[in-house]
Design a protein. Structure first.
Length: 550
């Protein structure tokens, strides 16, 4: 009995864009279908590893692709987990993939041709309609005894679901693509072969194209570093992220004690935000003895290292571990601690050996990285890796470490001073800066709202306390002589004081309870007045408090 379903609105929207784009990136349809086949095989292997009974257990795990030039079809089979009828209707009728959502979002924000950006996203199954005018998906679940079902659609408004009469797979999925006339280049074996080489060489299951094996690359992260070329790393990075650019940096870690694991991680050249990734989605792919256990496991890295992309493979976890127990797992925590230490060490080395490269890292990923002030165990190292613009620099592009600030500090100085401001211009205009400039004391400029929390929480580095410039009393700076004597505030005569008393009284009357007090200040020379806090909190902190108390 056949049944027709309408696609959900967002799928129709996606399909419309896919079928109307300029087709600069049509080849990624194969990457998407092969990656789905690989996911399905991963799921099957995971089920088997847990000791679950599956249908046709003797079937080998693999992907088989064939071309029929006469019929103008491409067929992709996998012996993976398959789908029940219900799963089929759910999975291929809605948008399962957040990649598609991000793609739609990016499209709505930019005026670019979809074809140009489609390759950067995992747009998923529906991308097949870039080259197909009809697609049949016949699938049989590895679980239970439900017969195979076929899904058919022309990718316009609806799809049909029919019980499969003949040619049903014993287990897994068979996708038959009816190739559009203007896409017949994809009926060439040579063409498909080069696409598979480019996008799918790291798929961990054998892929056969017309009976010939195309992918032979091993699990790269388990190979010795010395045997891996830069190109292989880059290819793997692209495989993982769809980012065609070189990664900013590559970390390949092998550890034997206290836990055994291999980790291959990359620092991308672009911040995650640029792609509109949601903050919540990050992590490393977790493998146990080459079996994928979980995509983007968040427990493997702290959030402040969420810019990392990569995989972890360990021998020390049981294959049948459940996702729930993973979260609490002490081994995973150990792995996280080790990766964190190694990444921080790596960044420290980079900062020492190539400051420009490190500053590039900071400018790209610093926004996320600075939330590492929570990481108590690595506090000192983390603090060394912070960078700020400061009054020492010529322009807004300068960056200093706290360490370098301290080296420039005055002999009597025991504090690192900072000012929070939306920009360098604003910081320079801040009246609180005056007295520091006068005394030749360097002040860090904090441009990110979170920076103040960073400084507040870290509190100090070595014996230097972090102090907001505006909370410093002028007297405490008496130890530091003015740089330019002539600019020193003139002593006030008695007559002056009287005049000021009158002025202050008038101001208090006008300002009323908007202020706690109005006082004469010794800290100013160029500016007539400054807003100061009475209880040591900075004005931006107070602003935040007010918002939170509302
Ligand atoms: P994603 O792979 O990101 O989930 P897709 O659009 O590529 O999104 O696929 C949608 C869903 O359809 C998958 O999550 C999966 O459940 C199902 N699916 C697609 N292809 C297969 C397949 N070959 N075998 C089993 N399930 C599949
Ligand atoms: Mg997919």
């Amino acid at each position: 009995m056949s049944q027709t379903f309408e696609f959900k609105t967002e799928v129709r929207k996606l399909l419309h864009i896919i079928t109307h784009s300029l087709y600069t990136n049509r080849e990624i349809f194969l990457r998407e279908l092969v990656s789905n086949a690989s996911d399905a095989l991963d799921k099957l292997r995971f089920a088997q590893a847990k000791g679950e009974a599956v249908n046709a257990p003797e079937l080998e795990l693999g992907i088989d692709i064939s071309i029929d030039k006469e019929a103008k079809t491409i067929t992709i089979r996998d012996t993976g987990i398959g789908m029940t009828r219900e799963e089929l209707v759910d999975n291929l009728g809605t948008i399962a993939r957040s990649g598609s959502e991000r793609f739609l979002k990016e499209l709505s924000e930019k005026q670019e041709d979809p074809g140009n950006i489609i390759g950067r996203f995992g747009v998923g199954f529906y991308s097949v309609f870039m080259i197909a005018d009809k697609v049949e998906v016949t699938t049989r679940s590895a679980r239970g005894d439900e017969a195979a079902t076929t899904w058919v659609s022309d990718g316009l408004g609806s799809f049909e679901v029919i019980p499969c009469e003949e040619g049903a797979p014993e287990r897994g999925t068979v996708i038959t693509i009816h190739v559009k006339d203007e896409a017949d280049e994809f009926l060439e074996k040579f063409r498909l072969q080069s696409i598979l080489k480019k996008h799918s060489s790291f798929i961990p299951f054998p892929i056969q194209l017309e009976g010939e094996r195309v992918n032979t690359t091993p699990a790269l992260w388990r190979e010795p570093k010395s045997s891996i070329t830069k190109e292989q790393y880059k290819e793997f990075y692209t495989h993982l992220t769809f980012d065609e650019a070189e990664p900013m940096d590559t970390l390949h870690i092998s550890v034997d004690a206290p836990v055994q694991f291999n980790c291959l991680a990359f620092i991308p050249n672009m911040a995650r935000d640029v792609f509109g990734f949601d903050r919540e989605r990050y992590g490393l792919d977790l493998y146990v003895r080459r079996v994928l256990i979980q995509h983007e496991n968040k427990d493997l890295i702290p959030e402040y290292l969420s810019f990392l992309k990569g995989v972890v493979d360990t021998e020390d976890l049981p294959l049948n571990i459940s996702r729930e127990t993973l979260q609490e797992n002490a081994l995973i925590r150990k792995i996280q601690q080790t990766i964190t230490k190694q990444v921080l060490n790596h960044l420290e080395k980079l900062a020492k050996s190539d400051a420009d490269a490190y500053n590039r890292f900071w400018n790209t990923h610093g926004k996320v990285f600075r939330i590492g002030y929570h990481d108590y165990a690595n506090r000192e190292k983390f603090t060394q890796l912070l960078r700020f613009n400061s009054s020492h620099h010529e322009d807004k592009d300068g960056l200093t470490s706290v360490e370098a600030y301290i080296e420039r500090a005055k002999p009597e100085q025991k504090a690192v001073y900072y000012i929070t401001a939306p920009s360098r211009e604003a910081a320079k205009l801040n009246p609180h800066l005056e007295i520091f400039t006068r005394k030749g004391l360097e002040v860090l400029f904090l441009f990110e709202p979170v920076d103040e929390f960073v400084m507040d929480n870290l509190h100090k580095y070595k014996e230097f306390e972090f102090v907001a410039a505006e909370t410093v009393k002028a007297e405490t700076l008496d130890a530091f002589p003015d740089m330019e004597q002539e600019k020193k505030a003139e002593e006030l005569s008695e007559g002056d004081t009287k005049t000021f008393d009158d002025l202050i009284e008038t101001m208090k009357t006008i300002l009323g309870d908007k202020v706690t007090d109005v006082r004469i200040s010794r800290r100013l020379s160029g500016s007539p007045a400054v807003l100061a806090s009475t209880d040591g909190a900075t004005s931006s902190m107070e602003r935040l408090m007010r918002i939170m108390n509302k």
